[in-house]
Design a protein around this ligand. Sequence first.
Ligand SMILES: Nc1ncnc2c1ncn2[C@@H]1O[C@H](COP(=O)(O)OP(=O)(O)OP(=O)(O)O)[C@@H](O)[C@H]1O
Length: 511
Amino acid sequence: MKVRLKEIAVPYTGDVPPGAVRRSGDTFLVELGCEPSFPTHIYVENELGEVTGHVSPENLIQALSTMLGQYETFYETLLATMDDAVTVVDEHGHVLALNEKMASLYQLQRAEVEGKPLDHFFDQEALMLQTVMRDKKPVRHAYNQPKPDVHVIVSTVPVFIGDQCIGGMSIERDITDVVRLNDELSHAAASLHDLSQADLGEHPFSRVIGHSEKLQQAITLATKVAKTDANVLITGESGVGKELFAEGIHQASPRKEAPFVAINCGAIPTALFESELFGYVQGAFTGAVKGGKQGKFAAAKGGTLFLDEIGEMPLELQVKLLRVLQERAYYPVGGNEAVPLDVRIIAATNRSLEKMIQEGRFREDLYYRLHVISIHIPPLRERLEDMPALIQCILKEFALKYDKELPRLDPEVMYTLSKQKWEGNVRQLRNLLERVVILNGDTDEPVRLHDLPETFQRQLHSTPQPAPVVDEKSRIAEALQTTFGNKTAAAKLLGISRATLYNKIKQWDLE
Ligand SMILES: Nc1ncnc2c1ncn2[C@@H]1O[C@H](COP(=O)(O)OP(=O)(O)OP(=O)(O)O)[C@@H](O)[C@H]1O
């Protein structure tokens, strides 16, 4: 006979029968073959409370014990199969169960621990369980280092029946390997980087740190393209390393002995564009410098001209640039003689030029000229495996710059940055680590999570939510307000370059 617990109401209200075995609280087990006072029938009620039948106590107990056996088997299988280490305690903090993973993580025998108070074996866990059971609030993903060589991420939850807390559970993920691997990797990467700085100074992409497949693919493509004279379009969010790549391409190209000149297209006032790029001849206009002035095309002669933020260039200037690229020659302002164009063009943008074309804000013909080859640099959040190497190299760089000891990061910090939460770009990571070096560079203590800036802490403690839709203009206005108008600080806060910030301020008249 199948009996489901929820469908059974036991109308028995008399005393606990003499054959009953007491357990904690109000629950009791009834031994089979009980005294005559025990009811002979247990009524089955439907949802309306009407009696629809009955079961004998023997059958009910049989059914319940089968069901209990099934639950226990599922529970045991679950504990045995989980990759995480699990401990279950009752409301008094006595261990009800722990799985093999837990026993092996702490080198304990399960039989030794079960039934005993948890604090006989684990101070920290017992404390955490006590706290969550008392506060009735779970703690999720807390880092803990229970032993010098064991690193775990712990979630501890109270267990309730209705309002009553009947115990708690602690689930630990062993991240010792991750921490060790991160450590090894970052040290290896840092020494490799030292090597590359020392004698591979010539390696064109040695300043681009990261071993992730995505970054390596971008480097491979950039290395191939560098050998040709083709125009290149580098795309990617702000602060992902587009300029670093452009410099790498220049260094890997036959033009490497000639200059690499960078220009921020959004930062040049329209009226000055031609004289900035093409230069001018003597007497071209009132106030022109005697002897004329060299433009960026001439300054980069034989080398590479990097047109950063090409998406910010006004349409009328796009036409002028296109003409130069088509004719491979330009006229300095006030001059009649065409100067042959001898530069390789690399452009970069963090905007979708395709979308801008559709909206009529970017010329399609210029787009095709520029993106003979395009290289996309993925954001850091898509290649968090690059974090340990980046962190170590950046820390070293700033330790050297500020003449400080290399700070040691607590494994929790390393883990959090590389495995969990970092949403910022490389520029923001540099800012964070610069601060870490300045503030912690001379102490022996490892840098802990609470040493990181408040904004970072807030980000950690808030549950991830979909990013609020705040338009760029408001974000910038807010950053300027926060920094009392200090543009360098605001650019740092936003993770954008100062030039970009100036463009935006100008564009939206934010001053
Ligand atoms: N892979 C990397 N390895 C080491 N440093 C990096 C890496 N990527 C970026 N950086 C550093 O981060 C900062 C920002 O990089 P860069 O200026 O090249 O970004 P960008 O994409 O051109 O930014 P923007 O779009 O704002 O101009 C620089 O200090 C750069 O050295």
